[in-house]
Design a protein around this ligand. Structure first.
Ligand code: SF4
Length: 243
């Protein structure tokens, strides 16, 4: 339903959810189950709390000056915001109307639910491409890769500024051929400003324990600097900015 939705929480963040200081809304519900997910508490809609866009705008207004001066804005994240497309669209529209920079953080799996109007109200898309090999993507997320690639091409056709995000997990997402193929694909998307290679970490392990869940990657080490450099170098070799 437009005008209201279900969220896990909101928070302020710096540097990871778009430019500047962000007011980040974590929506509830996600159709994927990524092995490295840091937000398993957002998976199920029924675990969230209902909220209206009006309530959120009141909250956002309290920080408006602060986030504007800090070159930031509002990011709708999750969970998967496109599971609640009406709510997400209205939130982005209302923020855009008052001149705030808006970002949408999505896996792209439900990209077809994003209308062109919603994307016009989105100044930046943070698009997670979690792997490029179809079987690996499914093993990692439980879902299909193709919708994300379709969404990526649509964002290019619409000229929407996009940051691609890629979580690097040793032994899971570090296959050189897979990364080369992804880099070649991204090189064809002239709307992509940068690929953020995000090192896997295990900080969510305690959260899983609290929720009585098993963290599937508990035994996996974070990538070392050499691996991070190699992967960023692979993107750069295709002419793609990477950090
Ligand atoms: S898409 Fe995001 S929220 Fe959903 S399972 Fe994957 S990492 Fe977690």
């Amino acid at each position: 339903m437009n005008g209201s939705g279900v969220i896990e929480s909101w928070d302020l963040s710096i540097g990871v959810d778009g430019p500047g200081t962000r007011f980040v809304v974590f929506t509830c519900g996600c159709p994927l189950r990524c092995l490295y997910c840091h937000n398993p508490e957002t998976w199920r809609m029924r675990d969230g709390r209902p909220v209206t866009v009006d309530d959120l705008m009141t909250e956002i207004d309290r920080y408006r000056r602060f986030i504007t001066v800090a070159g930031g804005g509002v990011t709708v994240s999750g969970g998967e915001p496109l599971l609640q497309p009406g709510f997400t669209a209205e939130l982005l529209r209302r923020c855009h109307e008052i001149g705030l920079h808006t970002a949408l953080d999505t896996s792209g799996f439900l990209g077809e639910r994003a209308t062109d109007a919603m994307l016009a109200d989105t100044d930046l898309v943070l698009l997670d491409i979690k792997a490029f090999d179809v079987a690996r993507y499914r093993r990692l997320t439980g879902g299909a890769l193709q919708p994300t690639l379709r969404f990526a091409r649509r964002l290019r056709d619409l000229g929407r500024p996009t940051w691609v995000r890629f979580v690097l997990v040793p032994g899971l997402t570090d296959d050189p051929d897979d990364i080369d193929a992804m880099a070649a694909f991204v090189a064809g998307l002239d709307n992509v400003e940068v690929v953020d290679v995000l090192p896997f970490h295990r900080m969510a392990a305690a959260k899983y324990e609290r929720l009585g869940m098993r963290f599937p990657l508990a035994g996996v080490e974070p990538p070392d600097q050499a691996l991070l450099d190699r992967v960023r170098g692979q993107f750069r070799a295709h002419g793609v900015q990477s950090r």
